[in-house]
Design a protein around this ligand. Structure first.
Ligand code: FDA
Length: 367
């Protein structure tokens, strides 16, 4: 009999298992995939760490979380500075003085502020009724048309006029010549890939891959004193209150044998509506790779249906109401702990999921 059965070898499951193991608890970790790491998994192709489930850049403002994750790996100095490609015109992201200079030829922050203010006023939107109006009221028409509209519509599969304004609460606008996407103090990519971190966390812990909890749910539930469940919460309850919806992604990965450097940057967003993908990732640039080949991945947002890989929860009123019902059931469980992005129906960045797992550990072990 195990103390804990951990369903899911992603970051949440791995942190929980590591901490429980450290406290002398016997854990078994199962995952239905053929690898550990969940969505942060990187696969080595041609000596390049390929981010199999989308670009993953670790960033946090918390020294405690940064120190925690640095126990398991050394991080490189990668700084995320994505570029937007709008019909062949290239712009720096996030929106900053480099972007404004390219768009309008403005040089000083005051000139840029004036330009945005003019466009906001010209649009005359006081109460935005949808995402398009919200974005224009925040940053004006030019940035919206070239850098937001096409990307967002592809991302959500709907016209920006039909998307709720709350999706964009604010848009980071920076009046310095600073292309660093994140404002956080700490940022980087683990040297050796994310897999190495998870491997270290799970060192000395029994792990079974290619095992789906639902193939033998009752048996698994009785294999341990407690279960830490990081899969989809609606599936755990057999969809009793309905299916929680997601947006999905499809990744097309290509090895380019004849070029060592395809796009000169790790992440390029395609912000026009015609290009079917939202971005191209060139993985070697995360690690400053010098291989003579390169690997790129095109990222296509797709509709999600049950059975597809769930990526982004659709946290609208309808789904949030359904989730609330499942959460009430989960809160009444004595022996199952629900954690991670799928069991709490929430988008988490990596530092947040580590934080959430450590909070759960403290609660569980009364610390
Ligand atoms: P995760 O999904 O990783 O793990 C759950 C595990 O449970 C999976 O391995 C799954 O196979 C397993 N499982 C589910 N059901 C099961 C069952 N029935 N039986 C057995 N196993 C089961 N964050 C960040 O900080 N910086 C970034 O740049 C990015 N980039 C990014 C890009 C994209 C496209 C997405 C979608 C997400 C990001 N993230 C991110 C977020 C990051 O991916 C996220 O924080 C973690 O992967 C969450 O870890 P979890 O353990 O919660 O879930």
């Amino acid at each position: 009999m195990y103390d804990y059965l951990v369903v899911g070898a992603g970051l949440f499951g791995a942190v929980f298992a590591y901490e429980a193991n450290k406290r002398g608890k016997k854990c078994l970790v199962i995952d239905k995939r053929d690898h550990i790491g969940g969505n942060v998994y990187t696969e080595e192709i041609e000596g390049i760490h390929v981010h199999k489930y989308g670009a993953h850049i670790f960033h946090t403002n918390s020294k405690a979380i940064w120190d925690y994750v640095n126990q398991f790996a050394e991080f490189n100095r990668f700084t995320n500075s994505p570029i937007a490609n709008y019909k062949g015109e290239l712009y720096n992201l996030p929106f900053n003085m480099n972007t404004f200079n390219k768009l309008w030829g403005v040089v000083t922050p005051d000139e840029a502020k004036l330009k945005i203010e003019e466009q906001r006023q010209a649009a005359g939107i006081t109460e935005p009724r949808n995402l398009e109006e919200q974005a224009i009221s925040l940053v004006g028409t030019d940035i919206y048309e070239k850098l937001i509209k096409g990307y967002t519509e592809k991302q959500w599969g709907r016209s920006a006029k039909d998307l709720p304004s709350f999706i964009i609460k604010r848009l980071p606008v920076r009046f310095t010549y600073d292309n660093n996407y994140f404002n956080d103090r700490y940022q980087g990519i683990p040297i050796g890939g994310y897999g190495a971190i998870i491997e270290k966390m799970l060192e000395g812990i029994e792990v079974k891959l290619n095992v789906d909890f639902f193939d033998r749910k009752e048996e698994w539930l009785h294999s341990a004193q407690k279960v830490v469940y990081t899969g989809m919460i609606d599936q755990y309850y057999d969809y009793a209150y309905g299916v929680l919806e997601y947006r999905s992604l499809q990744f097309e990965t290509k090895v380019l044998h004849d070029t060592a450097n395809y796009q000169g940057n790790a992440v390029i967003n395609y912000t026009d509506p015609e290009t079917p993908y939202t971005r191209i990732i060139e993985h070697k640039h995360f690690d400053f790779g010098t291989q003579d080949k390169t690997v790129i991945t095109e990222e296509y947002p797709t509709e999600w249906k049950p059975g597809d890989e769930p990526y982004y929860p659709i946290n609208d009123d309808k789904n949030n109401e359904i989730y609330k019902k499942y959460k009430a059931l989960a809160d009444s469980e004595q022996r199952t702990i629900f954690g991670g992005r799928l069991a709490t129906y929430k988008y988490y960045d990596m530092h947040q999921v580590i934080g959430a797992a450590l909070t759960e550990v403290n609660r569980e072990f009364g610390e």
